[in-house]
Design a protein around this ligand. Sequence first.
Ligand SMILES: [Ca+2]
Ligand SMILES: [Ca+2]
Length: 232
Amino acid sequence: MLALAAGALTARAGLINSSFETSDFTGWETTGAASIEDGSFTAPTDGLYQAFMNSSTGSVPADALSAFFGVASLPGNDAGPATEGSGILQTFTLSSGLSLSFNYKLVTNEGGFFDNAIYVVDGTVTVLGTSDTVAQQPDGVPDYPFGLPYQTVTVNLSAGTHTIGFGAYDTGDTVVDTGLVVDNVGEAVPVPEPSTAMFGLGLLGLGLWRVARSRRRIQVCPQGGQSQQPGK
Ligand SMILES: [Ca+2]
Ligand SMILES: [Ca+2]
């Protein structure tokens, strides 16, 4: 199975500031409580900065958040409907289809209740996780004692204009907060398997050997020109 990692080939992906390395939200729209965080918050997966959004102070009501993402409503869960939260999004254009990937990390204060973290592509909402899956897993993120390690999602997109967004919001009530950390949004780059890499090195070696052989066939004529000699 081919492994994929979020990649830095963002020029082809058409995204602006896709790893948040301007240390601000240049290129992105935000609503609610969204901030840029450095490694003192948690280690970014690419560069020095990452985006963070949460359901804490500064959040907007669920209807405003769904309108921000251009969707009719946001999914609830067993705790109840979406209540308030925050998000970021960017609209971009692809000249050709590609696999887009991003890294995300779910963090929470919830001790077993539900909040949602989502991503939204072209008006389709996908739940990345609920806070109950994170509860009781200690994490070093300030103010969010529970969390999961960064994970990667890959989305296949066709050529054309797309919108990708990320959000975190409370469900059922508006107390006890959950957050989503995002980094390294970009074209998915295949990671060669070790055996594939060795095979590649083997081909490279073969290629160099062939170059060496072909050069040996070229001999300088007395007039200073070159003539191709049959190889042996
Ligand atoms: Ca980054
Ligand atoms: Ca909550």
